[in-house]
Design a protein around this ligand. Structure first.
Ligand code: NAD
Ligand code: TYD
Length: 339
């Protein structure tokens, strides 16, 4: 079958493409990506020439381009990763988040309605549930937790989720949604916590920790996320939401200290900076539904995953050094200087 993967030149989308090509070589993968600041064609260099892979540069909001691609490829499934994904950028400039994350999702689903599809899968996030208090470790996000967003990013993702369920009920579109916790691993853009701290550490630059560093995230190795999505699109039930997470809650400051320790650097590099506006306190996923229905369990424990990730950034300096020496420099200056 043919799977259309949007956003496949980004972090999770590219890892998903590698996962699919390795585990389902009989399938054809078509990747549609606009190559925004977050997309890198070099990430896909090892697969670009494979006979069962095709890359198309296009904007998911460009209805004509999307319909043309559907006419050419008639995908059996769509796995929709493409999004503006960084909370801090959404606080600076919400507009493009609404455009890409909401309108782009509608265009893709319209194409699915027009040309037919076996499954449309929406890659969502645990951030649609809002946040949990630090002093209630018993509380976890289930699929029934109400949507209660904080940032323009999470609001745009929750809006897209609502639209996906509306297309399911109104038009009978065969959809599924997954809501995953924070991912880490190879090819993550260096604006996100873990790669940013690794890159700064290696350059002996200050490590900017927001607020007191006590915010908790539930970290999952990216390959485990990819495996979960693969199970959902092949064996998951239509019209269902699946939460994905590995019970791995950690405070930001503990992650930063761990990275410093692994790289043999001093904790003096830690710099506490002004907190993010509306900063979510804690995310924590209850993954019992995907475990019970599809047998999914995370395979990479954090201690191993973070070592693999640090090793990857050490071995692939060119990939991220090219990024941080480009327009990213202006972004970094704007977000972190005098913070
Ligand atoms: P990313 O920012 O690394 O990659 C996004 C990709 O989408 C880039 O390749 C970019 O070029 C592409 N893109 C952006 N706008 C586009 C448009 N208009 N048309 C076509 N392509 C466009 O993001 P990521 O971290 O890989 O996240 C992928 C998905 O997973 C997102 O939907 C995100 O909300 C979700 N998610 C991410 C995490 C995480 O921890 N990173 C956790 C849960 C869910
Ligand atoms: P991030 O990687 O942006 O993911 P998200 O906000 O989607 O969870 O940030 C993870 C956590 O790290 C979040 O609590 C904000 C914090 N953070 C910092 O303390 N400093 C930084 O420079 C960044 C990018 C994030």
């Amino acid at each position: 079958m043919t799977i259309l993967v949007t956003g496949g030149a980004g972090f999770i989308g590219s890892n998903f493409i590698f996962y699919e090509l390795e585990h389902h070589p009989e399938d054809r993968i078509v990747c549609l990506d606009k190559l925004t600041y977050a997309g890198n064609l070099s990430t896909l260099k090892d697969v670009l020439d494979l006979p069962n892979f095709r890359f198309i540069r296009a904007d998911i909001c460009d209805r004509e381009a999307v319909y043309r691609l559907f006419e050419e490829e008639h995908p059996d499934m769509v796995v929709h990763f493409a999004a503006e994904s960084h909370v801090d950028r959404s606080i600076e400039n919400p507009g493009v988040f609404l455009e890409t994350n909401i309108m782009g999702t509608a265009v893709l689903m319209d194409a699915c309605r027009k040309y037919g599809i076996r499954r449309y899968h929406q890659v969502s996030t645990d951030e649609v549930y809002g946040d949990l208090p630090l002093d209630r470790p018993d509380l976890l996000f289930t699929e029934e937790t109400p949507l209660h967003t904080s940032s323009p990013y999470s609001s745009s993702k929750a809006s897209a989720d609502l639209l996906v369920m509306a297309y399911h009920r109104t038009y009978g579109l065969p959809v599924s949604i997954s809501r995953c916790s924070n991912n880490y691993g190879p090819y993550q853009f260096p604006e996100k916590l873990i790669p940013l701290m690794i890159a700064n550490c290696l350059a002996n630059k200050p490590l900017p920790v927001y607020g007191k560093g006590l915010n908790v995230r539930d970290w999952l190795y990216v390959e485990d996320h990819c495996k979960a999505i693969d199970l959902i699109i092949r064996n998951g039930r239509e019209g269902e939401v699946y939460n994905i997470g590995g019970h791995n809650e950690m405070a930001n400051i503990d992650i930063v200290k761990l990275i410093l320790k692994e790289l043999g650097k001093s904790e003096d590099l830690i710099t506490y900076v002004t907190d993010r506006k509306g900063h979510d306190m804690r995310y924590a996923i209850d993954p019992s539904k995907i475990h019970a229905e599809l047998g999914w369990l995370p395979e990479t424990m954090f201690a191993e995953g973070i070592r693999k990730t640090i090793r990857w950034y050490l071995d692939n300096r060119e990939w991220w050094e090219t990024i941080i020496s480009g327009e990213y420099k202006d972004y970094y200056r704007k977000m972190y200087e005098n913070r």
